[in-house]
Design a protein around this ligand. Structure first.
Ligand SMILES: [Zn+2]
Length: 238
């Protein structure tokens, strides 16, 4: 029995040594490339969010296999993206011109503004096909820990838009975090100072996700779901 335990310990130890050896070989391989241009390309790809060095190597090897015209088009698109893309002067969404495609669409309701943290969130709301108003992109949320204050965001531009008096409702679609709640409260205070009785400020509903079992929902989420309950008829698909 003692002998079996000793054997097992030896096997585990051997496996660990093998794993460590392979890891260091891999690290060495990844840090010494046969070409400086290749290495430079790997370094650039590795700066992208969520891309590690191994993935970067795979991407560069893939690019090497491409036709010259494909690689050129890829490079030119990245260049155009950084040099030509603009931000909508109305809502700060990404745009090719002064106004984005949403702000210049006459079918959108200009009396409704949905406030989002960034363009990713705007796209997420757009993908629901449930919203037909305009947006306002804050370019972040108030986060003192990260040194982001109200002046770093587009809050003043939002208040200026609301000052025009053509907006009936502002929908806050920010993350359900302390930073998100702080930002909503800050904007709420600013809007209150406008003194407009006609302007309504609402927040997206927070609660139990569709398909979730109640017993797995945390107390805060379930509590909010009870407080923000909705009339049954409004949940029916129309
Ligand atoms: Zn716009």
């Amino acid at each position: 029995m003692v002998n079996a335990g000793y054997q097992l310990q030896k096997v585990v130890h051997g496996c660990m040594l093998k794993f460590a050896h392979r890891y260091f070989v891999l690290l060495r391989e990844m840090n010494s490339f046969p070409s400086r241009i290749f290495e430079q390309a790997v370094n650039e790809f590795a700066t992208l969010p969520g891309i590690g060095r191994r993935s970067a190597v795979r991407m560069v090897l893939h690019m090497l296999k491409q036709e010259g015209s494909d690689a050129r088009r890829f490079g030119e698109t990245i260049l155009r993206l950084t040099q030509e893309i603009r931000f909508c002067k109305n809502c700060h969404n990404i745009s090719d011109g002064d106004l984005c495609t949403i702000c210049s669409d006459p079918r959108r309701d200009p009396a409704l503004i949905c406030v989002v943290e960034d363009v990713r969130d705007l796209l997420a709301v757009e993908n629901t096909n449930q919203y037909h108003g305009l947006y306002h992109v804050l370019n972040g949320i108030i986060s003192p820990m990260d040194g982001i204050g109200p002046s770093n965001l587009t809050i003043d531009a939002l208040i200026e838009r609301l000052n025009g008096g053509h907006v009936n409702e502002v929908i806050m679609a920010l993350s359900a975090t302390m930073e998100g709640d702080t930002t909503v409260f800050y904007i709420y205070k600013k809007i209150s100072r406008l003194g407009s009785q006609a302007l309504k400020l609402s927040s997206i509903a927070r609660g139990v996700s569709i398909g979730d079992d109640l017993e797995y929902a945390d107390e805060v989420t379930l509590g909010r779901s009870i407080l923000n309950r909705t009339p049954y008829e409004s949940t029916l698909v129309r």
